[in-house]
Design a protein around this ligand. Structure first.
Ligand SMILES: [Zn+2]
Ligand SMILES: [Zn+2]
Length: 396
């Protein structure tokens, strides 16, 4: 034995049988060839199974702990390769009691309950940025399974009742014995005749075909908290699918998708907007009215007193690319701890078209400011290089 079996299973030397079983189950779920097609995991799976075979058997474990060879001279080890042909569900069923059956009792034995909790449901909701930031209530149409009112969930037509299944004598399961590399394996499977319920409904309810629930479309009111973002899920307890047999409903998750805003982009809790300034305003300085995100809420009576514009001072000599940060003017935090910032990015716009008068004034301004045209500067630069070259190498 080159490997330490306890290490192989990732358990301590004093691990009890429960811990060993748990460790094996976890590894088998990762490594079984049915689950993990990567061939390098096949050997690992074999090692793990060997380790489990020894450590789960008190006799073999004691022998191993004393330094003996629990595989009895290799005879037992010979059969291991076949393990790969054994299905994942079989192993899980054999050792851990019908995990594959899904929703059986805690021990995995016995009848499946007809009445089961329903599944969670997920629905997408697109909202605008202001609603995402400040919260809103939305009407939502949802399509889920609801309780069948004809049979009240039990699935039997009015006046009839479910009867015990003859195939499994009401046990809901049938046993099968298989020989395998792990020895004799008893596999318990849900009874096919009654689908594991142990009872059969001879006269199913016409409305729900015996399922105890029907699909229905209804309108829900959802309160969206302020600060949500794309991908946030709002949980509505017990608004999901009603379970089979009229079981309690699962939860409904509303997944938020925030629509793009024409002015603001969001970065975490910060809002970013771009303000384009005429060249003259950037040079001279000015004051502009910047619309706030709250301005989108003015029609909402709950937010009638919001500030819809911010007077933003633009300092004389503002450069393109300057950012002004307005603290606390961004998106409120979902957990209620303050607000992000509003970041205003300035872009100075150079005139692209000027009439003759404007151009003449611009040239006059350039002359007054001693600013040669870039073309002139390039020529000057060339000239000075040429001059220097001639000074260095020229005649004279
Ligand atoms: Zn029904
Ligand atoms: Zn049955």
């Amino acid at each position: 034995m080159s490997q330490d079996l306890y290490q192989t299973l990732g358990v301590s030397r004093d691990a009890d049988s429960d811990a060993i079983k748990k460790a094996y189950r976890r590894l088998a779920r990762q490594l079984h060839p049915d689950v993990n097609p990567d061939p390098t995991t096949h050997d690992k799976f074999k090692d793990v199974t060997r380790a489990y075979e020894v450590l789960s058997d008190p006799e073999k474990r004691r022998m191993y702990d004393l330094g003996g060879d629990p595989f009895g001279g290799g005879g037992g080890a010979g059969g291991f390769g076949q393990g790969q042909g054994f299905s994942f569900t079989d192993i899980m069923d054999a050792f851990f009691g019908g995990q594959g059956a899904g929703g059986a009792s805690a021990a995995g034995r016995g009848r499946r309950a007809r009445v089961r909790r329903g599944q969670d449901a997920l629905i997408r909701l697109e909202i605008d940025l202001a609603d995402a930031a400040f919260g809103a209530t939305h009407e939502l149409k949802v399509d889920t399974a609801v309780l069948c009112t004809v049979c009240n969930g039990d699935g039997a037509a009015p006046g009839s009742t479910p009867i015990p299944c003859e195939t499994c004598a009401g046990r809901g399961e049938v046993q099968q014995v298989q020989r395998s590399f792990l020895g004799e394996v008893r596999t318990t499977r849900p009874c096919a005749a009654c689908r594991g319920y142990g009872t059969i409904i001879p006269d199913p309810c016409r409305e729900c075909s015996g399922d105890g629930r029907v699909r229905s479309r209804r309108t829900l009111s959802v309160k969206i908290p302020g600060g949500v973002d794309t991908g946030t899920r709002v949980q509505l307890t017990e608004q999901g699918e009603v379970g089979s047999g009229g079981g309690p409903p699962g939860d409904l998750y509303v997944e938020i998708h925030v629509a793009d805003h024409p002015i603001f982009t969001r970065q975490g809790n910060d809002l970013i907007c771009t303000v384009t300034l005429p060249m003259t305003a950037a040079a001279l300085g000015t004051s502009i009215d910047l619309p706030t995100l709250e301005a989108d809420l003015v029609n909402d009576p709950a937010h009638s007193d919001v500030e819809t514009v911010i007077a933003l001072e633009i300092r004389p000599g503002t450069q393109s690319g300057t950012e002004v940060v307005l603290n606390g003017r961004g998106v409120p935090d979902l957990r209620g701890t303050g607000r992000g910032d509003l970041i205003v990015r300035m872009v100075v716009e150079t005139p692209t078209r000027m009439d003759d008068v404007q151009e003449a004034m611009m040239r006059e301004l350039a002359a007054l400011r001693d600013e040669e045209s870039p073309d002139g500067q390039v020529q000057a630069a060339h000239k000075s290089v040429f001059d220097r070259l001639r000074d260095a190498f020229g005649p004279g």
